[in-house]
Design a protein around this ligand. Structure first.
Ligand code: NDP
Length: 248
């Protein structure tokens, strides 16, 4: 029996990219998956694939910008599988543009999804984990959460710096209760994220950057699996992973 088998893992943003790759890898190692995102059709297809391969998964329509949706996602996992062992706060958006373009609605949306979505996940999962005296919260920051992606990514970077701060504060607070906290800082990984810019200049620049650098999405899935499979007394706090050829 491996250390991932039978763990109940909730993944937000499981309908594509890193979240989907992580769900597939963990399901293959015997985890029970609770899949959240807005595109329920994609989640249901993923859950069906996992079940057809002998695994266990449920799909729950979730907008992480809505606290009630995130509470419902965690509750669905608890109701179906009895508990939630791991929450992967993965849902995120990356609409890139220079600050001078004043895309204030997109700034709001990034704050709602990338920061408040993570906080709502923590708020929903933490009480059950504290009651169990164990649990694991895995947050997706970015290399843009370590260095400011100035030019087109300042607000995106701000949201990912916030994820770093939230994770580190959470780790210090709940580690003594037996709850592990991991923050991932990936570089360019192939997914749908790069398509999220409404600004034509930024979109072209991001597309070229990803084409020159990106690595497959299972790179992040393997890092998540590594963090989860460590013994309970070992909390992998931070993992930075980049394409070898990527400078930023
Ligand atoms: P994708 O665009 O492929 O996936 C993003 C996921 O987030 C989708 O499943 C999407 O599902 C979901 N999502 C977006 N908005 C919401 C919302 N309001 N509520 C619920 N789910 C939502 O991108 P990635 O897989 O690349 O991104 C995953 C995470 O990894 C993000 O946090 C991103 O910032 C981070 N990251 C990615 C990097 C990369 O190069 N790919 C690098 C560093 C960090 P749906 O639309 O169905 O709701």
């Amino acid at each position: 029996m491996n250390a991932i088998a039978n763990k109940v893992v909730v993944i937000t943003g499981a309908s594509s990219g890193l979240g989907e790759a992580t769900a597939r890898l963990l399901a293959g190692r015997g985890a029970k998956l609770v899949l959240g995102a807005r595109r329920l059709d994609r989640l249901e297809k993923l859950a069906a694939d996992i079940i057809a391969a002998g695994g266990e998964a449920i799909a729950v329509a979730t907008d992480v910008a809505r606290r009630a949706d995130v509470e419902n996602l965690i509750k669905a996992g608890q109701d179906r599988f009895g508990r939630v062992d791991v929450l992967v706060n993965n849902a995120g958006i990356m609409p890139m543009a220079a600050m001078s373009k004043l895309k204030v609605d997109e700034w709001d949306r990034m704050i709602d999804v990338n920061i408040k979505g993570v906080l709502y996940g923590i708020a929903a999962a933490l009480p059950g984990m504290r009651a169990n005296g164990s649990g694991h919260i895995i947050n997706l920051s970015s290399v843009a959460g370590l260095r400011v992606s100035a030019g087109v990514g300042t607000v995106y970077s701000a949201t990912k710096f916030a994820v770093k701060a939230i994770s580190e504060g959470l780790r210090a607070e709940v580690g003594p209760e037996g709850i592990r906290v991991t923050t991932l800082y990936p570089g360019a990984v192939a997914s749908e994220l790069v398509n999220g810019s409404s600004d034509a200049d930024a979109a072209a620049g991001m597309k070229a950057f990803y084409e020159a650098n990106e690595i497959p999405s299972d790179s992040v899935a393997r890092a998540v699996a590594y963090a989860i499979e460590q013994p309970a007394d070992l909390s992998v706090n931070e993992i930075t992973l980049r394409p070898t050829r990527q400078e930023f």
